[in-house]
Design a binder for this molecule. Sequence first.
Ligand SMILES: [Zn+2]
Ligand SMILES: [Zn+2]
Length: 330
Amino acid sequence: MQILPGIHHLHVPIPESSLGYLNAYLVKADDGNLLIDTGWNTDEAFGALVRQLGDAGVSLCDLRYIAITHVHPDHYGLAGRLLQHCDAKLVMHEIERPFLRSRYLEYANLLAEVDQWLRINGVPDEDWRDLGYASMPVLELVQVAMPHITVRGGEHLMVGDFDWEVVWTPGHSPGHVCFYESSRRVLVSGDHVLPAITPNISMHTQSMGNPLGDYLVSLQTVAALPVEIVLPSHGEPFRDLHKRVSELRDQIERRRQHVVAAAGEAKTAYQIAAEIPWNTKGVPWLDLPPLHKRAAVFETIAHIERLCAEGVLCKTIKGGTFWYAGKRSV
Ligand SMILES: [Zn+2]
Ligand SMILES: [Zn+2]
C-alpha cells in the first residue's frame, strides 16, 4: 500500500505474536529500490513480502538496498532468503554485525553467558533453564546473511531523489538505526519509537554500558528532527512524534519509580522484576511465558544499571549474586 509518494507500507505477518505484523517499507525509485526491514524467515512472510512488492510493481531482483534497522528476527530474519533471489546490498549498523554470528550461528557461548547472567541476577533454579533457552525457537526463523555495507550513523542512502540519512539510535538494540528523509520530513523509526507499545530496553551480556540511558539520549536525537510522519516497525504510521516521545519518557519514569520502590533493603534484579507491575493482561508473574519473563528481568536490569549510574541504587555482591538497595529516597 502506497502511503506517501514513492513509499509503500508492506505488512509482513509475524507467527504466533501479539505484534501481528512487521512493517517493512519499500522506497521506489527509477535508479533502484530500497527495502527497509524484512520480517521473519517463514514461507508465509516470504510469500506476503514478494506479493506486496509485486503489487507495487517491484520484483526481488529490482531491489538495490535492503537496509535493516536492527537484527532482531522480526526485522532481519528473512534477509538471507531474499538475498538468494537478488543482488541487493545489505545495510546495517556495524555494531549489529557481530551479533549475527554469536546469536544465530555459533550461539553456544552466548547461551552459557546468558545462563551466568541469569544466575548472577538471582533467577531461581525453577526458572533458570527455561529463561536461558527462551530465545532458542527463533533460530529457525532467521536465515543469516552478512552485510555488504556497515554504517555508524550519518551516512546517506540515496535512491532516486530520496536522501535517507542513517540516524544511530542505540537503546532497544546497541546498533539500532532509524532512517530520516529530511526533504519529506519522514522518519522510519524501527522499534525505537512505536505508537502503541513501549520498546523493550534490555540489559544483557551483549549490551553496552547503560542501554536505558542511551535510549533516552536516542529519543532526544529523533525528537530534535523536523518530522511530519513516523513510519514505525509495528502499529500504524503516526504524526505527532513529540507527543509519543513524551509518553515514552513518562512510561520509563513510572517504571523507574516502581524499580526504586521495589528495591528496598537488598534484592536481586529477579526479585525486583517479580514485584513491579507489567502489562501482562492479568497473567501472574509465575505464569508468564519464559521469553516475557526474561525480557522483564533484562529490562529491570537496564533500569537498575541507570539507577546505579545515577547513584540512586547501590550494588553489592554476595554469594555469586548481584544485590541492589536504595541509597536514598527519590
Ligand atoms: Zn526489536
Ligand atoms: Zn520488532
